[in-house]
Design a protein around this ligand. Structure first.
Ligand code: ADP
Ligand code: MG
Length: 249
């Protein structure tokens, strides 16, 4: 799938600012992500990675600047939060599944509540999405009967069920036992291969190097570098990225 500039960005952050009280967490973020692009975001803890993702689907209200999805200003007065949340899927470090519900019910719930799909149709779509993340045989299992990696894949299926235009992933493998990480990354790699537009905050540098079209390095609320992964990893142009890579690699 070809990715790159040209046309309307799927996601455009322009001059984005976010403060919590006096704490400036995002300063002048400009970022354009094109349909089919996979952008990985790296940076030290506290650099604003999660806040940036949360501004894209309006879990956080930006203090300034704009967020556009397919050219539509989400800060505009008519912006409908429910429709934004359908268009922008998000997966978190903690899976946040309903423990008393089966995997299928977790995936089908939003389809019924938000999209108003009938139970039969929601179940059919839910099973399809579970199959996509390799869990066709776990539809009737409850979260406690699943491994952390399987639970995270249910959370991905749940986000996919809304047919989002872009998927945001915030350190989705950080809470997993090491042997469960690969299964989740494989699902994300499959989505990338099928042309899903994705913004992925991750500490998995091997994955980022291999799967990302672009790598973004953030520090202290700013984008410090933005380019092809090989360029950032092998020839970082800033002292800050060199320091960061020296600490983690
Ligand atoms: P990262 O994901 O890169 O670790 P975050 O976006 O979570 O960084 O946080 C950036 C900064 O914003 C941190 O200093 C964090 O403590 C602060 N922060 C995040 N959310 C809130 C909040 N709701 N209230 C106050 N400060 C916050
Ligand atoms: Mg974070």
């Amino acid at each position: 799938m070809s990715a790159g500039s040209g046309g309307v960005p799927r996601v455009a952050l322009r001059n984005l600012h976010k403060s919590f009280g006096h704490l400036e967490v995002l300063r002048d973020i400009d970022l354009e992500i094109y349909p089919g692009e996979v952008v990985c975001v790296i940076g030290p803890s506290g650099s604003g990675k999660s806040t940036m993702l949360r501004c894209i689907n309006r879990l956080e209200e930006p203090t300034g600047g704009s967020v556009e999805i397919d050219g539509e200003d989400l800060m505009g007065r008519g912006a409908d939060i429910d429709s934004i949340r359908q268009r922008v899927g998000m997966v978190f470090q903690q899976f946040n599944l309903f423990p008393h519900m089966t995997a299928l019910a977790n995936v089908a719930l939003a389809l019924r509540r938000v999209k108003g799909v009938s139970k039969g149709e929601a179940d059919r779509l839910g099973r399809e999405r579970l199959a996509e993340v390799g869990l066709a045989d776990k539809a009737e299992s409850r979260p406690a009967q699943l491994s952390g990696g399987q639970q995270q894949r249910v959370a991905i299926a749940r986000a996919l069920a809304m047919d989002p235009e872009v998927m945001l992933f915030d350190e989705v493998t950080s809470a997993l036992d090491p042997e469960l990480v690969k299964g989740v990354l494989d699902v994300m790699r499959g989505l990338a291969d099928r042309g899903m537009t994705m913004v992925i905050v991750t500490h998995e540098m091997g994955f980022a190097r291999e799967v990302a079209d672009r790598l973004v390095f953030m520090d202290e609320g700013r984008i410090i570098e933005d380019g092809p992964p090989a360029q950032l990893f092998d020839a970082p142009s800033s002292e800050r990225l060199r320091d960061f890579l020296a600490k983690i690699l």
